[in-house]
Ligand binder design. Structure first.
Ligand SMILES: [Zn+2]
Length: 277
C-alpha cells in the first residue's frame, strides 16, 4: 500500500524560526481540557478497553452495524454551518461505503451533532457508543474555537465517531515521529500516548497527511516549540484538517468492509486516489 503515500501534499514549514503560528495552531478547537487526547470522550470502560488494546474484531459493537450511521443535527446551527456539516457527511458518504443517514426517529443508536457548551469545542466519542451519541461541533464565536470554518474538522470528528483514533497514537509511530515531551503542556502529556501492539492491526502505512494526525504544535507550552516532528526524510507538513487523505479514505473503507468484491475494491480505491488529499 506504499503507493498511496507517494503523493505528499504539504505546506513547507521547515525552519522553526520562520514559523508564524496560525490561530489554528495556537488555539485549536480540538484541545478541550478534560477530554481524552483533547477531543475524544471516553467512558472509563472504553478507556480501559482502549488501554489494553481495542480491536474492532474483538469489540465489534463499536462499529456501526452495516456501516449505517443515523444522525440528527441541532437546529441551533446557522444555515452556513449546517451546510459545512452536510458537506462533511456527503464527502464521507461518497468516499466510502459508510452511510450517514438522517435519523428516522426510531433507530436506537444515532449521532446527535450539537454545539455542546460544556465541554466546548470539537469532540466525539470513538466508535458507536450506543443510544443518542453526542458529536460536538462548536460554531465560531468572537474568540472561541471554530469547528466549522471548513468541513475538515467535522470530518475529523465524524471519523472518530466511526471508530478511528489519532494517527500519531499508532503503536509503530516512534519510527515516524518524534514526540517532544519537554515541549508539551504537562497535563496533556497523556494525549501523546500510543496504542499497544495488541491494538488494531494496521493495513496501511503511517500517514503524515492524515486528517487524524496532530499538527506540529498541538498542546505546546510555548509558541514555536513543536511537540511532534517527523523522523522520516522529506516530510514537511504533518496533520491537516482539510480533507480525508488517501490513507484515511482507504482505512475507513477497510474498517467498514467496503472492499468485499473486486469491483467495490476498485471503486473505492479509485475514489480514494482521486479525492484523497
Ligand atoms: Zn481528534
Amino acid at each position: 500500500m506504499s503507493s498511496i503515500h507517494l503523493c505528499l501534499i504539504s505546506v513547507s514549514d521547515e525552519g522553526l524560526s520562520n514559523i508564524t503560528l496560525s490561530d489554528e495552531e495556537t488555539m485549536d478547537p480540538e484541545l478541550s481540557p478534560g477530554l481524552f487526547q483533547g477531543d475524544m470522550a471516553l467512558t472509563n470502560d472504553f478507556y480501559n478497553f482502549w488501554r489494553v488494546g481495542l480491536k474492532f474484531d474483538i469489540f465489534p459493537d463499536k462499529l456501526w452495524k452495516n456501516g449505517v450511521v443515523p444522525y440528527t443535527i441541532s437546529p441551533l446551527y446557522e444555515p452556513s454551518e449546517l451546510v459545512t456539516i452536510l458537506k462533511a457527511i456527503k464527502l464521507i458518504n461518497f468516499m466510502s461505503c459508510v452511510r450517514l443517514v438522517p435519523w428516522d426517529g426510531n433507530a436506537k443508536d444515532y449521532l446527535l451533532i450539537w454545539p455542546i457548551k460544556y465541554p466546548k469545542g470539537c469532540w466525539s466519542f470513538v466508535g458507536r457508543y450506543g443510544g443518542a451519541q453526542i458529536l460536538s461541533l462548536q460554531p465560531p464565536d468572537n474568540k472561541g474555537p471554530n469547528c466549522l470554518g471548513t468541513e475538515g474538522r467535522a470530518i475529523h470528528e465524524l471519523m472518530h465517531a466511526l471508530g478511528v483514533f489519532h494517527e500519531q497514537s499508532r503503536w509503530d509511530r516512534d519510527k515516524f515521529v518524534k514526540i517532544h515531551m519537554d515541549n508539551i503542556i504537562p497535563q496533556f502529556k497523556a494525549n501523546f500516548d500510543k496504542q499497544s501492539l495488541d491494538n488494531t492491526t494496521y493495513s496501511f502505512e503511517y500517514d503524515y497527511d492524515s486528517i487524524m494526525h496532530y499538527g506540529r504544535f498541538f498542546f505546546s507550552k510555548k509558541k514555536g516549540k513543536p511537540t511532534i516532528t517527523p523522523k522520516q526524510p522529506n516530510v514537511k507538513g504533518i496533520g491537516q484538517r482539510k480533507a480525508m487523505s488517501k490513507g484515511d479514505c482507504m482505512k475507513l473503507n477497510d474498517l467498514y468492509g467496503c472492499y468485499k468484491t473486486p469491483a467495490k475494491r476498485r471503486k473505492y480505491y479509485n475514489i480514494c486516489n482521486f479525492m484523497g488529499l
